[in-house]
Design a protein around this ligand. Structure first.
Ligand SMILES: [Mn+2]
Length: 231
C-alpha cells in the first residue's frame, strides 16, 4: 500500500484552517477532509450507518465541514473502521489547527438529549488524555457495538492531541446517550477551536507552545483511564 501523503494545510499566516488526511492500512482505507471554519456540512460514508449519523452531528453542531470516505474490513467487525476513522479525524484536526495560534483552547458542553445528560470538557493541550465514564446497557446500537464508542473517542483524542473528558450523568436510552456524547463533543470543539480576538494570534499557553502542530499529536503517547462507572 502506498505511503499516505503528509497532511496538507495552508502555510503559517494563511487564513484557512483546513486539512486533508489519507490513511491506508491492510484493514482500512480512509480519506478525511475538514474545514474548522465551515458551516457544518457533512459528507460522511464509513459503511457504518450509526457512526455516520454520529459524525454528522460533530460536523453540524461543531460548525466544522467534514468529509470522510472510509472503506474497512467490516466483514470482520466494526472495530478497525471505527478506530481508524477516529485516528484520521483526530490527525486532521491537529493538522488544521497547526500551531494552535489564537484559539480559545478550552471547550465544554453539558449535552442533554431527552433523559440523557452528558458532560464533555476538552483542552486542546497537545497532551492526549481520555477520561470516559459512559455506560451502555445494550451491547449494540443498530449493527454497531456500543463498546466501540469509547474506542472512537480514545483514537480521536490520542491523535488530535487533546485532553477529553466525557461523562454520562444520566440516561437510559442508549441511542440518546451516544448521541449526547457526540453532540457534546461537537459543541465543546466548536468553542475550543474558535479564534479568540483577544488572543491576537498568540499561542494560548504560558509555555508559548502547545506542541509543534503537525505530527506531534500522533506521536504523543496516549494515556487513558477508565473512570469508575457509577450506577
Ligand atoms: Mn439520532
Amino acid at each position: 500500500m502506498a505511503r499516505p501523503p503528509a497532511p496538507r494545510r495552508p502555510a503559517a499566516g494563511g487564513d484557512t484552517r483546513r486539512a486533508e488526511i489519507s490513511r491506508a492500512t491492510k484493514e482500512t482505507t480512509i480519506r478525511v477532509a475538514i474545514d474548522l471554519d465551515g458551516s457544518g456540512r457533512a459528507a460522511i460514508g464509513t459503511g457504518i450507518g450509526f457512526l455516520d449519523h454520529m459524525l454528522e452531528q460533530v460536523a453540524r453542531h461543531g460548525l466544522i465541514d467534514i468529509t470522510i470516505e472510509a472503506k474497512g474490513d467490516l466483514h470482520i467487525d466494526y472495530h478497525h473502521t471505527t478506530e481508524d476513522v477516529g485516528i484520521a479525524l483526530g490527525q486532521a484536526l491537529a493538522a488544521a489547527l497547526g500551531e494552535k495560534r489564537g484559539i480559545r483552547r478550552y471547550g465544554s458542553c453539558l449535552s442533554p438529549m431527552d433523559e440523557a445528560l452528558v458532560q464533555v470538557a476538552l483542552d486542546i493541550s497537545g497532551r492526549a488524555y481520555l477520561v470516559w465514564d459512559v455506560a451502555f446497557s445494550r451491547p449494540k446500537l443498530g449493527e454497531m457495538d456500543t463498546e466501540l464508542f469509547r474506542e472512537w473517542f480514545q483514537a480521536f483524542a490520542a491523535n488530535a492531541g487533546i485532553t477529553l473528558h466525557v461523562r454520562a450523568l444520566s440516561g437510559e436510552n442508549n441511542h440518546h446517550i451516544a448521541e449526547a456524547c457526540f453532540k457534546g463533543l461537537a459543541r465543546a470543539l466548536r468553542e475550543a477551536v474558535a479564534l479568540d480576538p483577544r488572543q491576537a494570534g498568540r499561542v494560548p499557553s504560558t509555555k508559548g507552545t502547545l506542541g509543534k502542530g503537525l505530527g506531534t499529536a500522533a506521536a504523543t503517547p496516549m494515556r487513558a483511564r477508565r473512570a469508575p462507572v457509577r450506577r
